[in-house]
Write a protein that binds this ligand. Sequence first.
Ligand SMILES: Nc1ncnc2c1ncn2[C@@H]1O[C@H](COP(=O)(O)OP(=O)(O)OP(=O)(O)O)[C@@H](O)[C@H]1O
Ligand code: SF4
Ligand SMILES: [Mg+2]
Length: 325
Amino acid sequence: MPIVSAKNLRAYYIVDVYGFKRTVKAVDDISMEINENEILGLAGESGCGKSTLMKVLLGLVIAPLKVLNGQVIYSFNGFEKNIFELSEKELENLKWEVFSYIPQGSMNILNPTRKIGDTFFDFMEPHMEKFDKKYVREIIIQHLGNLDLPAEILESFPHQLSGGMKQRVTIALATILKPRIIFADEPTTALDVVVQRDVIQLLKNIQKNSKNTIVLVTHDMAIHANLATRIAVMYAGKIIEIAQTKDIFKNPLHPYTKYLISSLPKIGDKTYKKSIPGAPPSLANPPEGCRFHPRCPEAKKECSESVPELIELETGHKVACFRIN
Ligand SMILES: Nc1ncnc2c1ncn2[C@@H]1O[C@H](COP(=O)(O)OP(=O)(O)OP(=O)(O)O)[C@@H](O)[C@H]1O
Ligand code: SF4
Ligand SMILES: [Mg+2]
Protein backbone atom coordinates (compact mmCIF):
# COMPACT_ATOMS: atom_id res chain seq x y z
CA MET A 1 0.00 0.00 0.00
CA PRO A 2 1.63 3.27 -1.06
CA ILE A 3 1.99 6.05 1.50
CA VAL A 4 1.55 8.70 -1.22
CA SER A 5 -0.32 8.32 -4.52
CA ALA A 6 -0.33 11.10 -7.07
CA LYS A 7 -2.91 10.91 -9.83
CA ASN A 8 -2.90 12.89 -13.08
CA LEU A 9 -1.00 15.81 -11.58
CA ARG A 10 -0.78 18.88 -13.75
CA ALA A 11 0.96 21.94 -12.30
CA TYR A 12 1.97 24.93 -14.40
CA TYR A 13 3.73 28.23 -13.73
CA ILE A 14 1.45 30.88 -15.16
CA VAL A 15 3.46 34.06 -15.46
CA ASP A 16 2.55 37.49 -16.77
CA VAL A 17 5.37 38.89 -18.93
CA TYR A 18 4.61 42.51 -19.95
CA GLY A 19 0.91 41.67 -20.32
CA PHE A 20 1.52 38.37 -22.13
CA LYS A 21 0.64 35.14 -20.37
CA ARG A 22 3.43 32.58 -20.37
CA THR A 23 2.62 29.05 -19.22
CA VAL A 24 5.44 26.73 -18.16
CA LYS A 25 4.20 23.14 -18.13
CA ALA A 26 6.55 21.92 -15.40
CA VAL A 27 4.45 18.95 -14.21
CA ASP A 28 2.27 17.60 -16.96
CA ASP A 29 -0.01 14.68 -16.19
CA ILE A 30 2.08 12.73 -13.70
CA SER A 31 0.77 9.72 -11.79
CA MET A 32 3.07 7.94 -9.37
CA GLU A 33 3.23 6.16 -6.04
CA ILE A 34 5.63 6.40 -3.14
CA ASN A 35 5.95 3.24 -1.03
CA GLU A 36 6.76 3.00 2.63
CA ASN A 37 10.43 2.30 3.56
CA GLU A 38 11.81 3.02 0.11
CA ILE A 39 14.26 5.56 -1.24
CA LEU A 40 12.63 6.84 -4.40
CA GLY A 41 15.02 8.70 -6.70
CA LEU A 42 13.74 11.39 -9.06
CA ALA A 43 16.16 11.79 -11.97
CA GLY A 44 16.37 13.97 -15.07
CA GLU A 45 18.19 16.92 -16.63
CA SER A 46 18.13 20.44 -15.21
CA GLY A 47 14.79 22.18 -15.76
CA CYS A 48 12.74 19.00 -16.38
CA GLY A 49 10.47 19.70 -13.39
CA LYS A 50 11.97 17.64 -10.53
CA SER A 51 11.78 20.38 -7.90
CA THR A 52 8.32 21.42 -9.04
CA LEU A 53 7.03 17.85 -8.78
CA MET A 54 8.49 17.59 -5.28
CA LYS A 55 6.80 20.84 -4.21
CA VAL A 56 3.46 19.72 -5.60
CA LEU A 57 3.73 16.36 -3.78
CA LEU A 58 4.25 18.39 -0.59
CA GLY A 59 1.29 20.67 -1.24
CA LEU A 60 3.72 23.60 -1.42
CA VAL A 61 1.99 25.38 -4.24
CA ILE A 62 2.78 29.09 -4.31
CA ALA A 63 1.97 31.49 -7.19
CA PRO A 64 2.89 31.61 -10.02
CA LEU A 65 2.71 27.80 -9.64
CA LYS A 66 -0.84 26.52 -10.01
CA VAL A 67 -2.28 23.00 -9.80
CA LEU A 68 -4.66 22.58 -12.72
CA ASN A 69 -5.54 18.95 -12.19
CA GLY A 70 -4.95 15.89 -10.08
CA GLN A 71 -4.63 14.81 -6.50
CA VAL A 72 -1.98 13.68 -4.04
CA ILE A 73 -3.36 11.19 -1.51
CA TYR A 74 -1.45 10.59 1.72
CA SER A 75 -2.48 7.37 3.47
CA PHE A 76 -1.14 5.93 6.70
CA ASN A 77 -2.61 4.70 10.03
CA GLY A 78 -6.17 5.17 8.82
CA PHE A 79 -5.45 8.73 7.62
CA GLU A 80 -6.34 9.12 3.95
CA LYS A 81 -6.57 12.60 2.46
CA ASN A 82 -5.84 14.59 -0.65
CA ILE A 83 -3.18 17.15 0.27
CA PHE A 84 -4.90 19.85 -1.79
CA GLU A 85 -8.04 19.53 0.33
CA LEU A 86 -6.31 20.02 3.69
CA SER A 87 -6.80 23.21 5.68
CA GLU A 88 -3.69 25.31 6.37
CA LYS A 89 -3.66 23.97 9.93
CA GLU A 90 -3.94 20.32 8.82
CA LEU A 91 -1.11 20.84 6.35
CA GLU A 92 1.00 22.49 9.06
CA ASN A 93 0.39 19.46 11.31
CA LEU A 94 1.59 17.09 8.60
CA LYS A 95 4.72 19.14 7.98
CA TRP A 96 7.88 17.99 9.74
CA GLU A 97 6.16 15.26 11.79
CA VAL A 98 4.75 13.30 8.82
CA PHE A 99 6.93 14.70 6.07
CA SER A 100 9.93 16.95 6.06
CA TYR A 101 11.43 18.90 3.21
CA ILE A 102 15.07 19.65 2.51
CA PRO A 103 14.81 22.23 -0.29
CA GLN A 104 17.37 22.73 -3.06
CA GLY A 105 20.22 24.92 -1.73
CA SER A 106 18.98 24.37 1.84
CA MET A 107 22.39 24.62 3.45
CA ASN A 108 22.18 28.35 2.77
CA ILE A 109 18.87 28.81 4.58
CA LEU A 110 20.35 28.49 8.08
CA ASN A 111 19.92 31.84 9.83
CA PRO A 112 23.40 33.45 9.76
CA THR A 113 22.75 35.43 12.96
CA ARG A 114 21.65 32.46 15.10
CA LYS A 115 23.80 29.73 16.59
CA ILE A 116 22.93 26.24 15.28
CA GLY A 117 21.62 25.29 18.75
CA ASP A 118 19.20 28.25 18.75
CA THR A 119 18.02 27.32 15.24
CA PHE A 120 17.21 23.82 16.59
CA PHE A 121 15.33 25.32 19.58
CA ASP A 122 13.38 27.75 17.33
CA PHE A 123 12.46 24.86 15.08
CA MET A 124 11.34 22.50 17.83
CA GLU A 125 9.47 24.85 20.14
CA PRO A 126 6.19 25.01 18.14
CA HIS A 127 6.12 21.19 18.00
CA MET A 128 6.50 20.58 21.75
CA GLU A 129 3.55 20.59 24.14
CA LYS A 130 5.79 21.72 26.99
CA PHE A 131 9.10 23.32 26.06
CA ASP A 132 11.77 22.33 28.57
CA LYS A 133 15.03 23.65 27.14
CA LYS A 134 17.24 21.20 29.06
CA TYR A 135 15.20 18.19 27.93
CA VAL A 136 15.05 19.45 24.32
CA ARG A 137 18.81 19.97 24.33
CA GLU A 138 19.27 16.33 25.36
CA ILE A 139 17.03 15.19 22.50
CA ILE A 140 19.02 17.32 20.04
CA ILE A 141 22.37 16.02 21.27
CA GLN A 142 21.15 12.43 21.07
CA HIS A 143 19.86 12.97 17.53
CA LEU A 144 23.15 14.56 16.45
CA GLY A 145 25.02 11.64 18.02
CA ASN A 146 22.89 9.14 16.06
CA LEU A 147 23.89 10.99 12.91
CA ASP A 148 27.57 11.08 13.91
CA LEU A 149 27.52 14.85 14.28
CA PRO A 150 29.42 16.48 17.15
CA ALA A 151 27.38 18.30 19.81
CA GLU A 152 29.83 21.24 19.65
CA ILE A 153 28.23 22.43 16.41
CA LEU A 154 25.30 23.69 18.50
CA GLU A 155 27.57 26.52 19.68
CA SER A 156 28.62 27.45 16.09
CA PHE A 157 27.24 30.03 13.70
CA PRO A 158 26.55 28.76 10.15
CA HIS A 159 29.54 30.65 8.67
CA GLN A 160 31.87 28.68 10.96
CA LEU A 161 30.83 25.37 9.37
CA SER A 162 31.92 23.82 6.07
CA GLY A 163 29.35 23.41 3.27
CA GLY A 164 29.15 19.67 3.93
CA MET A 165 28.62 20.19 7.65
CA LYS A 166 25.90 22.80 6.98
CA GLN A 167 24.12 20.35 4.69
CA ARG A 168 24.31 17.63 7.34
CA VAL A 169 22.91 20.10 9.90
CA THR A 170 19.92 20.88 7.65
CA ILE A 171 19.32 17.12 7.26
CA ALA A 172 19.55 16.71 11.05
CA LEU A 173 17.02 19.55 11.49
CA ALA A 174 14.64 18.05 8.94
CA THR A 175 14.74 14.63 10.58
CA ILE A 176 14.69 15.43 14.30
CA LEU A 177 10.91 15.06 14.58
CA LYS A 178 11.20 11.59 13.01
CA PRO A 179 9.08 12.24 9.91
CA ARG A 180 7.74 9.27 7.96
CA ILE A 181 8.75 10.77 4.63
CA ILE A 182 11.77 12.94 3.89
CA PHE A 183 11.75 14.92 0.66
CA ALA A 184 15.33 15.93 -0.21
CA ASP A 185 16.01 18.13 -3.24
CA GLU A 186 19.60 17.89 -4.54
CA PRO A 187 21.10 17.47 -1.05
CA THR A 188 24.54 16.66 -2.46
CA THR A 189 24.85 19.23 -5.23
CA ALA A 190 27.59 21.84 -4.73
CA LEU A 191 29.51 19.50 -2.40
CA ASP A 192 32.78 17.87 -3.32
CA VAL A 193 32.82 14.13 -3.93
CA VAL A 194 34.19 13.12 -0.51
CA VAL A 195 31.62 15.23 1.35
CA GLN A 196 28.90 13.95 -0.99
CA ARG A 197 29.74 10.46 0.21
CA ASP A 198 29.22 11.51 3.86
CA VAL A 199 25.82 13.04 3.06
CA ILE A 200 24.77 9.92 1.13
CA GLN A 201 25.87 7.73 4.02
CA LEU A 202 23.92 9.96 6.41
CA LEU A 203 20.73 9.57 4.37
CA LYS A 204 21.28 5.80 4.15
CA ASN A 205 21.72 5.53 7.93
CA ILE A 206 18.62 7.62 8.61
CA GLN A 207 16.52 5.40 6.34
CA LYS A 208 17.97 2.20 7.80
CA ASN A 209 17.55 3.21 11.44
CA SER A 210 14.20 4.99 11.26
CA LYS A 211 12.63 2.86 8.47
CA ASN A 212 11.17 5.98 6.89
CA THR A 213 10.70 6.85 3.26
CA ILE A 214 13.02 9.16 1.34
CA VAL A 215 12.21 10.91 -1.92
CA LEU A 216 15.50 12.08 -3.35
CA VAL A 217 15.91 14.49 -6.23
CA THR A 218 19.23 14.60 -8.02
CA HIS A 219 20.33 14.81 -11.63
CA ASP A 220 23.33 12.63 -10.66
CA MET A 221 22.61 9.04 -11.76
CA ALA A 222 25.66 7.74 -9.86
CA ILE A 223 24.05 8.89 -6.60
CA HIS A 224 20.78 7.23 -7.55
CA ALA A 225 22.67 4.00 -8.29
CA ASN A 226 24.19 4.17 -4.83
CA LEU A 227 21.15 5.15 -2.82
CA ALA A 228 17.77 4.65 -4.48
CA THR A 229 15.49 1.61 -4.19
CA ARG A 230 13.48 2.77 -7.22
CA ILE A 231 14.09 5.47 -9.78
CA ALA A 232 11.59 7.67 -11.62
CA VAL A 233 13.11 9.35 -14.68
CA MET A 234 11.59 12.70 -15.67
CA TYR A 235 11.80 14.34 -19.05
CA ALA A 236 10.20 17.72 -19.85
CA GLY A 237 7.51 17.64 -17.17
CA LYS A 238 6.66 13.94 -17.43
CA ILE A 239 7.79 10.65 -15.92
CA ILE A 240 9.02 8.57 -18.82
CA GLU A 241 10.30 5.50 -16.96
CA ILE A 242 10.03 4.16 -13.41
CA ALA A 243 11.42 0.91 -12.04
CA GLN A 244 13.57 -0.72 -9.38
CA THR A 245 17.08 0.76 -9.47
CA LYS A 246 18.65 -2.53 -10.61
CA ASP A 247 16.16 -2.78 -13.51
CA ILE A 248 16.78 0.84 -14.59
CA PHE A 249 20.52 0.17 -14.76
CA LYS A 250 20.45 -3.40 -16.14
CA ASN A 251 17.55 -3.01 -18.49
CA PRO A 252 16.81 0.66 -19.31
CA LEU A 253 13.97 0.75 -21.83
CA HIS A 254 13.39 4.40 -22.72
CA PRO A 255 15.96 5.87 -25.17
CA TYR A 256 16.41 8.88 -22.82
CA THR A 257 17.13 6.62 -19.81
CA LYS A 258 19.63 4.71 -21.97
CA TYR A 259 21.48 7.98 -22.66
CA LEU A 260 21.47 8.96 -18.98
CA ILE A 261 23.01 5.63 -18.04
CA SER A 262 25.50 5.39 -20.89
CA SER A 263 26.88 8.80 -19.95
CA LEU A 264 27.95 7.45 -16.54
CA PRO A 265 31.70 6.77 -16.29
CA LYS A 266 32.64 3.16 -15.45
CA ILE A 267 35.92 2.13 -13.86
CA GLY A 268 38.39 0.90 -16.50
CA ASP A 269 36.10 1.79 -19.40
CA LYS A 270 37.88 4.19 -21.75
CA THR A 271 35.26 4.20 -24.51
CA TYR A 272 33.87 7.52 -25.67
CA LYS A 273 30.68 8.48 -23.82
CA LYS A 274 27.81 9.68 -25.98
CA SER A 275 26.12 12.78 -24.67
CA ILE A 276 22.43 13.33 -25.35
CA PRO A 277 22.04 15.14 -28.71
CA GLY A 278 20.31 18.53 -28.77
CA ALA A 279 19.02 20.50 -25.81
CA PRO A 280 16.06 19.97 -23.47
CA PRO A 281 12.89 21.62 -24.80
CA SER A 282 11.33 24.76 -23.40
CA LEU A 283 8.48 23.82 -21.10
CA ALA A 284 6.65 26.97 -22.24
CA ASN A 285 6.36 25.41 -25.66
CA PRO A 286 7.12 21.69 -25.46
CA PRO A 287 7.15 19.52 -28.61
CA GLU A 288 3.92 17.79 -29.65
CA GLY A 289 3.66 14.03 -29.19
CA CYS A 290 6.53 12.42 -27.30
CA ARG A 291 8.48 15.34 -25.88
CA PHE A 292 11.75 13.52 -26.51
CA HIS A 293 11.11 13.00 -30.24
CA PRO A 294 13.30 15.87 -31.58
CA ARG A 295 16.31 14.31 -29.77
CA CYS A 296 15.42 10.64 -30.10
CA PRO A 297 17.49 8.44 -32.43
CA GLU A 298 14.65 5.90 -32.53
CA ALA A 299 11.78 8.32 -33.30
CA LYS A 300 9.17 7.26 -35.85
CA LYS A 301 6.24 9.14 -37.39
CA GLU A 302 3.79 8.35 -34.60
CA CYS A 303 6.18 9.86 -32.03
CA SER A 304 5.57 13.45 -33.15
CA GLU A 305 1.79 12.93 -33.34
CA SER A 306 0.66 11.24 -30.13
CA VAL A 307 1.78 11.18 -26.52
CA PRO A 308 3.00 7.75 -25.36
CA GLU A 309 1.43 6.63 -22.08
CA LEU A 310 3.38 5.33 -19.12
CA ILE A 311 2.63 1.59 -19.27
CA GLU A 312 3.72 -1.25 -16.98
CA LEU A 313 5.69 -3.72 -19.09
CA GLU A 314 7.03 -5.98 -16.39
CA THR A 315 6.10 -5.97 -12.70
CA GLY A 316 6.97 -2.52 -11.38
CA HIS A 317 8.72 -1.43 -14.58
CA LYS A 318 6.79 1.29 -16.43
CA VAL A 319 7.85 3.12 -19.56
CA ALA A 320 6.35 5.69 -21.95
CA CYS A 321 7.67 4.94 -25.45
CA PHE A 322 5.99 3.79 -28.69
CA ARG A 323 9.02 1.66 -29.62
CA ILE A 324 8.50 -0.46 -26.54
CA ASN A 325 4.80 -0.38 -25.73
N1 LIG B 1 8.89 30.49 -10.14
C1 LIG B 1 8.92 30.10 -11.41
N2 LIG B 1 8.31 30.83 -12.37
C2 LIG B 1 8.30 30.42 -13.65
N3 LIG B 1 8.90 29.30 -14.11
C3 LIG B 1 9.54 28.53 -13.20
C4 LIG B 1 9.60 28.89 -11.80
N4 LIG B 1 10.31 27.94 -11.15
C5 LIG B 1 10.68 27.03 -12.07
N5 LIG B 1 10.22 27.38 -13.31
C6 LIG B 1 10.40 26.66 -14.58
O1 LIG B 1 9.79 25.37 -14.44
C7 LIG B 1 10.55 24.37 -15.10
C8 LIG B 1 10.90 23.26 -14.11
O2 LIG B 1 11.75 23.80 -13.12
P1 LIG B 1 12.26 22.94 -11.89
O3 LIG B 1 12.97 23.87 -10.98
O4 LIG B 1 11.14 22.15 -11.34
O5 LIG B 1 13.30 21.96 -12.62
P2 LIG B 1 14.40 20.98 -12.00
O6 LIG B 1 14.29 19.69 -12.74
O7 LIG B 1 14.27 20.94 -10.52
O8 LIG B 1 15.75 21.70 -12.43
P3 LIG B 1 17.20 21.73 -11.68
O9 LIG B 1 17.81 20.36 -11.88
O10 LIG B 1 17.94 22.78 -12.40
O11 LIG B 1 16.97 22.04 -10.23
C9 LIG B 1 11.78 25.10 -15.67
O12 LIG B 1 11.49 25.40 -17.01
C10 LIG B 1 11.87 26.37 -14.84
O13 LIG B 1 12.45 27.41 -15.57
S1 SF4 C 1 8.09 7.46 -28.17
FE1 SF4 C 1 9.30 7.67 -30.01
S2 SF4 C 1 10.43 9.61 -29.76
FE2 SF4 C 1 9.63 9.00 -27.76
S3 SF4 C 1 11.30 7.92 -26.85
FE3 SF4 C 1 10.01 6.39 -27.81
S4 SF4 C 1 10.88 6.12 -29.86
FE4 SF4 C 1 11.76 7.99 -29.03
MG1 LIG D 1 15.53 21.53 -8.99
